[in-house]
Design a protein around this ligand. Structure first.
Ligand code: DLL
Length: 442
């Protein structure tokens, strides 16, 4: 790893991260009261739903009353497409983003000028937590456009005074050339794309460890500790997690600090709760469940108790970095990316962990689901071969396949078939990766 885990010098921009508990609660309460009033007055969906539950803005007197509010779901954004959730008139809205999702209409999200300032601030606070400063040159390889990654990271890095290279995703050879020629010190990308960048650099004969890059800002999709380890070793950087979702803002809802042990949620702007996904009941900190987020300052599009579908835990303990804002555990799964195979719940991130626990295994893989002649589901995991792991003999290939098979089966509790495929033959992602091909209903 490039840098030790030392606490970077205090930066004024991150002051709210260190607020004493009561002051934070007081600020959250004040902001929630205002947010609920605004949502009730300006957004028909919230008004109708609260009326139905018999809740009025007057019932919200402190942050503890948040549990009285109804949940908001992705389908609500679809049903009110495109502008039905906006609490500001279009003349005050200065930016729209959209997230495509997997089916149907996109969801549209809006920002006022003040919302963009908050966004810049929280992304800058994320970067400060990693140890990035105005001296850094940030190559932003998140996609620019309707996806929030590109412009979100861009705004925060600019606000911090970094030199931003707005390269967006794709054209990987050029990414590497620029990274080297511009002396880039920080790169933001999806972790799967960065793994692809590392791979391409190898093939170009460039050792990423020889480049000045020190920081990686990775998010937008689940990634395992094993991938972090792979990236840190191969690129000689520290790989930091950043979390966010369009409905709330984009990247910068939460981020790791120098301890890389959970993501601090910027709780002065976004209030986190954990609920039981089946019953909707709030769960205490320290219990795993679905993350629910409420915006506390968003003007254009307030979100009350938004069900993210992301599964995590809020940490009970305070972080040694001194921040008082709470942390969530890294998100390894969403309730809707779960595969049900022969009745067992399987997440792609578990398979990634199983593969990378085997020394010399490649992080490039694909999961193929089929129905066998007996009607039972079968999982095949295609993994690219690496020179480090196998020589040309059939025996070494078989042994290596078996090792990975065992490692995955130990984690998911199901037998899988692992097939080694030629290096560089699986599709590479330039944004969020999709590793699953489900042929069961074909
Ligand atoms: O992915 C925003 C983003 C951009 C975050 C760049 C970080 C970096 P959406 O496209 O709306 O927004 O997707 C949001 O992506 O609900 C999670 O399921 C997943 N996700 C985002 N960050 C992480 C992360 C952006 N660090 C959805 N770890 C979220 C795991 C993540 N999953």
């Amino acid at each position: 790893m490039a840098a030790p885990k030392t606490i970077p010098p205090f930066h004024p921009i991150s002051a709210p991260d260190y607020l004493p508990h009561d002051q934070l609660r007081e600020l959250q309460s004040r902001r929630l009261i205002h947010m609920v009033k605004r949502a009730y007055e300006k957004v028909e969906l919230y008004r109708n739903r609260m009326n139905k539950m018999g809740v009025t803005p007057d019932d919200i007197q402190s942050i503890d009353d948040i549990v009285k509010l109804p949940f908001t779901m992705k389908v609500d954004l679809r049903d009110t497409y495109p502008y039905g959730m906006f609490a500001s008139p279009l003349k005050d809205i200065v930016r729209l983003h959209a997230s495509s999702g997997t089916t149907g209409k996109p969801i549209v999200v809006a920002y006022t000028k003040e919302d963009l300032e908050v966004w810049d601030e929280v992304v800058a606070r994320s970067l400060v937590g990693y140890g990035v400063t105005s001296q850094d040159i940030v190559q932003n390889a998140y996609g620019y456009g309707l996806f929030t990654g590109g412009l979100g990271l861009h705004g925060g890095a600019s606000a911090l005074g970094c030199t931003v290279v707005p390269i967006s995703g794709g054209n990987t050879e050029r990414q590497i050339m620029i990274m080297r020629d511009f002396n880039v010190t920080c790169c933001s990308a999806t972790p799967s794309y960065f793994v692809h960048i590392i791979d391409k650099a190898h093939r170009m004969g460039i050792n990423m460890r020889d480049l000045p890059i020190k920081f990686g800002v990775f998010g937008a999709e689940p990634w395992s500790e094993e991938v972090r380890h792979y990236i840190e070793e191969e690129a000689g950087i520290r790989a930091f997690n950043i979390y966010g979702l369009s409905e709330i803002l984009g990247p910068g809802v939460g981020a790791e600090c120098c301890f890389q042990d959970g993501m601090h949620i910027f709780e002065d702007h976004f209030f986190p709760e954990i609920i039981d996904p089946a019953t909707g009941e709030p769960l205490p900190d320290g219990t795993e469940g679905e993350l629910v987020l409420s915006t506390l300052s968003k003007e254009a599009m307030p979100m009350l108790r938004y069900r993210t579908r992301d599964i995590t835990t809020i940490d009970v303990e305070q972080c040694p970095c001194g921040r008082t804002i709470r942390r969530i555990r890294p998100i390894r799964r969403r309730s809707d990316d779960m595969l049900i195979v022969r009745g067992v719940n399987v997440f792609p991130s578990q398979i990634e962990t199983g593969i990378l626990r085997v020394e010399g295994a490649s992080p490039h893989f694909q999961i193929v689901l089929e129905k066998g002649a007996d009607g039972l589901d079968r999982i095949e995991v295609k993994v690219e071969a690496t020179d480090a792991a196998v020589d040309d003999t059939v025996r070494s290939v078989e042994q290596f396949q078996q090792k990975i098979q065992q490692s995955i089966s130990q984690i998911i509790g199901l037998s899988v078939r692992v097939t080694l495929v030629q290096p560089y033959t699986l599709i590479r992602s330039e944004g969020k990766v999709n590793r699953v091909v489900d042929n069961r209903n074909k």
